[in-house]
Design a protein around this ligand. Structure first.
Ligand code: 0X9
Ligand code: ZN
Length: 403
């Protein structure tokens, strides 16, 4: 895996061209959409430059090797899918295939019949079921709720791993940990472990670096829509693309994809109870809130800022790890059509996107040995924000103690 920062517009154009003509993966730098991070396999015949011989004018583009052993890392991540007696790690400290995750959903529901329900909220383009788990640990009346989705982007494997981690933590530590007890006493949790199952399956079977879903376009041979550009929030303006061959293709129209439609329909029909929306991504270690689809500030910007600031401080204190925070458009880039902005405009005024570990060393190929730390620090952020939402919205009737 190489990173290339093109120096001229000509180099940008050439690299774009390569990416649409060859078996290569192109990702965008998480810090700036103007400095694309090109990831691909090409023959390198010089120590300092890639020669792209297929073009009339041979060009040299300088690169840096980001990961020299990408294939080895990928192998390591898929090895432990089912229980491997040789590995000392627990189920939650490994990445799991889609089949394993479906089994886990079923088992979790069966083992916890009074508290966990699996809700079929729709199905994917390739007709895989989309199950959201509902965790309801306390039967009090008129409970509010939070929503967490993981794995909108297929290659961000730490995100589904977090969803599994969260469910396990909530079920095991209810009544043992004060914070999760307060949260679950006040809120039900809807959790969608894999929002993009077709893409996730494809990253296990064929191409580890796939991002989009797997829908076939009418107008192009290129496959897949970026589900986080497919929601109806300044849809397909600057920061998304109408071109199906790009990684940020917004789809034919807002909610054109069954996956985004399923989530949007569910949230529309639960918008009176859902107060907090969380969407898990990776990588780059950021806690983001609306807006990403415009440079305008959200109406409760300061509230949201205060929440992520406290969460980032706690992560720093407990894990000595840095998370950036702020509105999406000002912290990373303008990116319209995202689920967080759409949920916010629907009326879910506490809406966040987390970019989990790491900051670029392994990127999407975060080794399984990092799962537990990555999830625990994200958990601190989720707990901090959820407790703050409960205090702000349910102050009068909440059993949560004031500071
Ligand atoms: O670009 C994205 O969709 C997210 N970053 S990622 O590297 N995981 O692809 C950031 C999403 C921030 N929120 C919105 N753009 N609405
Ligand atoms: Zn993502």
């Amino acid at each position: 895996i190489l990173t290339i920062t093109p120096k001229t517009q000509e180099q940008v154009d050439i690299l774009r061209n390569i990416s649409s003509h060859y078996e290569v993966e192109v990702g965008f730098s998480s810090t700036s959409p103007c400095s694309p991070l090109f990831i691909f396999r090409l023959s390198i015949n010089s120590s300092c430059a890639i020669r792209v011989g297929a073009f009339d004018n041979e060009v040299c583009v300088y690169f840096r090797v980001l990961l020299a052993n990408a294939n080895e890392l990928i192998e390591m991540q898929t090895m432990n899918s089912t229980t491997d007696p040789r590995s000392g790690s627990t189920f939650y400290e490994r990445y799991h295939s889609l089949d394993d995750i479906y089994h886990w959903i079923n088992k979790t529901r069966q083992d916890n019949p009074d508290t966990v329900e699996a809700i079929l909220i729709g199905s994917s383009y390739e007709k895989r079921p989309l199950y959201a788990l509902k965790l309801s640990l306390n039967n009090s009346m008129n409970k509010k709720a939070m929503w967490i989705d993981c794995g909108i982007h297929a290659r961000e494997w730490i995100a589904p791993a977090f969803c599994l981690w969260f469910v396990q933590y909530a079920l095991s530590f209810y009544k043992l940990n004060q914070e999760i007890t307060d949260i679950m006493d006040n809120m039900d949790v809807y959790i969608l472990p894999v929002m993009n199952p077709d893409g996730y399956h494809y990253t296990w079977a064929t191409n580890r670096m796939w991002r989009k879903n797997r829908s076939v376009s009418k107008s192009s041979k290129c496959i897949g829509v970026d589900l986080n550009r497919n929601f109806d929030a300044n849809w397909c303006t600057e920061g998304a693309s109408h071109e199906p061959c790009t990684e940020i293709y917004c789809g034919a129209f807002p909610e054109s994809e069954p996956e985004s439609q399923a989530v949007a329909n569910f949230l529309r029909s639960h918008k009176d109870s859902v107060q907090l929306y969380l969407s898990m991504h990776s990588y780059s270690q950021m806690l983001l809130f609306p807006y990403s689809c415009t440079l305008d500030e959200a109406e409760n910007h300061n509230d949201l800022l205060e929440m992520v600031q406290e969460a980032a401080q706690l992560i720093r204190r407990h894990y000595r790890n840095i998370y950036k925070y702020g509105s999406g458009s000002k912290t990373i880039y303008l990116a319209p059509g995202g689920s967080d902005d759409w949920a916010y405009n629907l009326g879910i005024k506490y809406s966040f996107t987390f970019e989990l570990q790491d900051r670029g060393r392994y990127g999407f190929l975060l080794p399984p040995s990092h799962i537990s730390r990555a999830c625990n620090e994200a958990l601190i952020a989720v707990k901090t924000i959820a407790l703050k939402v409960i205090k702000k919205t349910q102050a009068s009737k909440s059993p949560v103690q004031a500071d």
